[in-house]
Design a protein around this ligand. Sequence first.
Ligand SMILES: [Fe+2]
Length: 304
Amino acid sequence: MPTYQQTYRMQPATAHPPQQSPARYTRLSVHPVSGALGAEVTGAELGDCDAATFAELERALTDHLALFVRDQALDPEQQIALARRFGPPMPWPYAKPLPGYPEITELRSEPEDQYNFGGSWHQDSLNFERPPKITMLYGVECPEVGGDTSFSNQYLAWDTLAEDLKEKLTGLKAVNSAAKSYSGQVGTDEVKDHTATPLTFTLDQEQEMEHPVAQTHPVTGRKALYVNNAFTARFSGMSEEESLPLLHQLWEHAITPEFTCRFRWQKGTLAIWDNRCTMHYAHNDYAGCRRVMRRIPIEGDRPV
Ligand SMILES: [Fe+2]
């Protein structure tokens, strides 16, 4: 029998325990969507919710890492007010804000657009000193089908690395830059001219920012892998050439299907996710449709 080089590795069984055994909630109805992360939340009115409901929402986010709250009628003021309960909204300087609301970026895809926003696996804004801890995205207009968002649990990504690799990466930092994306395909006129989101990024706005390869979550104390293909250019103290083979290995591992979930949007759905322990991916499979979302990132601490 011929023998061949083994080019794949089967994923040993994993699980994120809160997905199998969600906490008891009295104000919210919480429905986990995969064994790795993510829950749909129904029965909540977040436009003006009381302290007990908000406390349950925070607990659900800590446990399930990404929430989809259905059937919310939120105007921009209500979305901003809800964001402020998590922390200060973080202005995003790379697009024109929604007129009158500097906290909100409107992500807009028109039927003729070829490229979407967030169409690569990433945590948000690793090029900032204090990247957003949480991002809130609200569906104003969603296609009937398509335009889902996938998420990946980066606690699981870290926990399942080989012990010798974890040792090698512990204490290591990586250099992150938005120019990684914007000096490549994302910054070309071909892309800018074919997306309706009013991007204003210029390369002279950009600086490099070092963050740990694995950050320790300030609430749970757990380590999560914290490098992505959109922002991470290299390991600190190493060249791009030296860094890329291991970075590619980590990026591939980070999106192992068993670490992920996928949400389907409807108009009025609010997504809330924790950027410190998840990555996300915006599926670009709704050509010919309009999709309009309101996005608010919430400032975090400097990752450690
Ligand atoms: Fe994003």
